[in-house]
Design a protein around this ligand. Structure first.
Ligand code: AMP
Length: 141
């Protein structure tokens, strides 16, 4: 499948759609997942066009992974999580629903306590508060 430049994350990168932004640099953007699997579920995406891990330039993946490590530390601290799950899906058959590469940073509070993938929309005010908590934890690193 060819990369769709109008997929939802490409539009967020271009500023055409809003997000609860946590962090941004030249290569990478970080924002809260709208349908979190647990409180604090954050997404890290390369800005460059690429559907998934298989077709995105390695340099962009490397930059996103470095940010993913920082975000994972910040999310763990900000939400006092017991653990962090990192997920990333390649292709619809693997569960991918947005076809622009992204890494899920999902805090875990209790064993087996994660919600279903992309099911229930979180409250916007709660997401805004959570984004601020992750931003503060990143700044304090
Ligand atoms: P995946 O199934 O790995 O492609 O995950 C896509 C993720 O994007 C899901 O966890 C959705 O909840 C999330 N999502 C979809 N639309 C948005 C959006 N506009 N802003 C933030 N997260 C979104």
């Amino acid at each position: 499948m060819a990369y769709d430049p109008n997929n939802i994350f490409a539009r967020i990168v271009r500023g055409e759609l809003p997000c609860h932004r946590v962090y941004e640099d030249a290569d990478t953007l970080v924002f809260m997942d709208l349908m979190p699997q647990s409180p604090g579920h954050t997404l890290v995406i390369p800005k460059i066009a690429g559907e998934n891990l298989l077709d995105t330039p390695p340099d962009s993946i490397a930059a996103a992974m470095c940010v993913t490590q920082r975000v994972a530390r910040a999310v763990k601290k900000a939400f006092d999580a017991k653990g962090i799950v990192i997920t990333q899906f390649n292709g619809a058959a693997a569960g991918q629903t947005v076809f622009h590469l992204h890494f899920h940073v999902i805090p875990v509070y209790t064993l087996g306590g994660l919600g279903l993938h992309a099911r229930s929309m979180a409250d916007a005010a709660v997401l805004a508060e959570q984004a601020e908590k992750v931003r503060q934890a990143l700044t304090a690193e």
